[in-house]
Every structure is written in C-alpha cells, then in structure tokens.
Design a protein around this ligand. Structure first.
Ligand code: ATP
Length: 319
C-alpha cells in the first residue's frame, strides 16, 4: 500500500487530532503517502482532499476538535453517494482509508469495504458507547471536564445548601454519568442501563439531609431523560431547593488529557499497521490495555456493555 487516506466523521472528540497525527506520522515513517480528507464523508464525495506531510500535523496533539473537520452527510448513506466517494478515492490513487468516528461513521466504512475498498475504523467519541474497546478516544477528556464542572458546582451547592441535578452527555450510554458520578461522590447516578427507582433517589436525599449534608449532587445521563424534569420532580417531592445544570457541549471540546492523547496515538498507529497487513473492515480498540482489532460488522451488531460492578460500587459508596 503506497497511499492511504484519513478522515474524521460524526461528532468531534478530544484526541481526534492526536489520532490523525499518529496515522500521518506512522504512515510516513513506513514510506506511505497520506491524504487528509476534510469534512468527513461529505468532503470525500466532494474531493476535498489534500496530501499531508509530517509538518501538516505539527502542533495539533494538544488541541481538541479535529483539524480535518467533521460533517454529517445523508447523501453518503446512498449507493450513489458511496459510488462518488470511491471515484474520488480512485482519482487520488488512495488505496485504503482510516475512519475516525463513532458507530454511524463505521457503518459508512463497512459500506466502502463491502464495495472492495479497504477501511479501518478508529473509535472516536466521548460517549464510550462502542463495543470491542474498553475506551474510546475522547471519553477520558470529557469525563475530566465533567468532574471539573461538578467540583465547581459543588462549591455553590454547599454554600447554599442546594440539591443539584447535573445532566451529562453519553447518548444511550451511561458511562460518562457513571464514571463522573463515582468520581464526584454523587448521591445518585441515573443511567439508561439500569431502571431507577425515583423513591430511592428521594430517600437518599432525605437521609443525607437528616444527617446534616449541606449539598447533594445527582448525575443524570441524557439517555434517561431531561434534567429539568427530574429537578422539578425532586423540588416537588422534597421542598429542597433544587437547581439543574445541563453541561452540554463544553463536554465535547477542550485539550485532550494525557490518557486520550496516548490512546489516540496507539490506536491511530495500529490502524496503519492493519492497512499495511492488508486487513480491511476492522476496528482497532483497546481491551485490558492491549491493542486489539475486531470485524466492524461484529462491533455494529453488539451492544456496548456497561461495567455493572461499577454501578454496584457507586450504590454502595453513596449510602
Ligand atoms: P457520534 O456517535 O460521535 O455522533 P457517529 O459516527 O455515530 O459519531 P453519525 O452522525 O451517526 O455519527 O454518522 C456520521 C456519518 O457517517 C453520517 O453523517 C453518514 O455520512 C455516515 N453514515 C452513518 N450511517 C451510515 C450508513 N448506514 N451507511 C453509510 N454511511 C453512514
């Protein structure tokens, strides 16, 4: 393989730049030319493609977002869109493609691979919702952003003796809520993977209040429902002063943590290895701190599993 392409697609995640850098540097190290495709599959169909050099990816390892930008494209989901994309890849002589993104982006990679065009997926999303890898690029940074925000909110919660509901991202996955709730000693953590008992949430709040707690933090995953609704219900049931903070898009940006930079570097380089070995339609991941790779079609037919031991631990520690 002499020429490969790289693109980022779907929601951006901190560490995507470090992954792009790893792909470019690793490929050039092995004498392979790398083409950056801007704006995801949309840019691919439009031929928004440029050769990247060693220096093209300098000074980006510490930046959030993605230097290749990202886009969502409905047209690429069609046969016609995929045909145009392959024509562009052929025009540039690109023989293999590395797709950094979430499960939607991987579906696109599967379509191209089925049409005889080798693609490798690199899991990049803050949600940590992709099976076949313990962690996705961006999760650790988003987790630390949430922890930082909750630490700040906690100061006000204590000063004013308030209950705070914090709504965090994660789509249908509860990982961000669970990890942040555990790291921040939340009274209750509400996640989509486990039905919650509202009466128990209220009981906990009341018990804490009775033993003199000055603040209460409840972390709610967006996949469960709206923070505002939960806040209103709590206020009605307890008469405690309750405030709601929806953290929103601050969770998606910012400098990647060391953990995410290293993970992205390892996964990006591994993706190049797989293309050099002639592999296609596979996703790289990390399991028990070992680099692994799985069929993307397998990844897409499985469901990400949350660690239920951690759910139990959070319950035990927030008595
Ligand atoms: P995140 O979970 O972080 O939002 P994602 O990769 O799941 O990331 P999506 O918006 O679902 O984000 O997908 C990104 C792009 O991948 C879509 O805009 C589309 O171009 C392409 N894509 C998604 N599903 C398919 C599909 N079934 N076939 C071909 N392409 C697809």
């Amino acid at each position: 393989m002499k020429k490969i392409g790289v693109l980022t697609s779907g929601g951006d995640a901190p560490g995507m730049n470090a992954a792009i850098r790893a792909v470019v540097r690793k490929a050039i190290f092995h004498g392979i030319e790398v083409y950056g495709i801007y704006n995801g599959y949309q840019g691919l169909m439009e031929g928004n493609i440029e050769k990247l050099e060693i220096g093209s990816v300098g000074d980006i390892i510490q930046r959030g977002g993605t230097m290749l930008y990202s886009a969502r494209s409905e047209k690429f989901k069609t046969e016609e869109g995929q045909k145009v994309a392959i024509e562009q890849l052929n025009k540039f002589g690109i023989e293999g493609l590395i797709v950094i993104g979430g499960d939607g982006s991987f579906q696109g990679a599967v379509k191209l691979t089925e049409k005889g065009y080798p693609c490798i997926g690199v899991p990049g999303t803050i949600d940590n919702d992709i099976p076949g890898t313990d962690f996705t690029i961006g999760f650790d940074t988003a987790l630390n952003t949430i922890i930082d925000a909750i630490d700040k909110i906690r100061d006000t919660a204590t000063s004013h003796e308030r209950t705070y509901v914090i709504e965090v991202m994660g789509r249908d996955a509860g990982d961000l809520a669970l990890w942040a709730g555990l790291a921040d000693g939340a009274e209750s953590i509400l996640i989509p993977e486990k039905p919650h008992d509202f009466d128990m949430v209220i009981d906990r709040l009341k018990r804490g209040h009775e033993r003199g707690k000055k603040h209460s933090i409840i972390v709610l995953a967006e996949g469960v429902g709206k923070g505002m609704d939960l806040g209103e219900k709590i206020q009605e049931s307890t008469a405690m002063e309750t405030r709601v903070t929806v953290l929103g898009h601050i969770q998606r940006g910012g400098r990647p943590t060391g953990q995410d930079r290293v993970l992205a570097s390892r996964l990006g380089a591994k993706a190049v290895d797989l293309l050099m070995e002639g592999k296609a339609g596979r996703m790289v991941g990390i399991q028990n701190n070992e680099l692994v790779d799985h069929e993307i079609t397998q990844v897409l037919t499985h469901k990400h599993e949350l660690d239920m031991n951690m759910v139990n631990l959070a319950n035990e520690l927030s008595i």
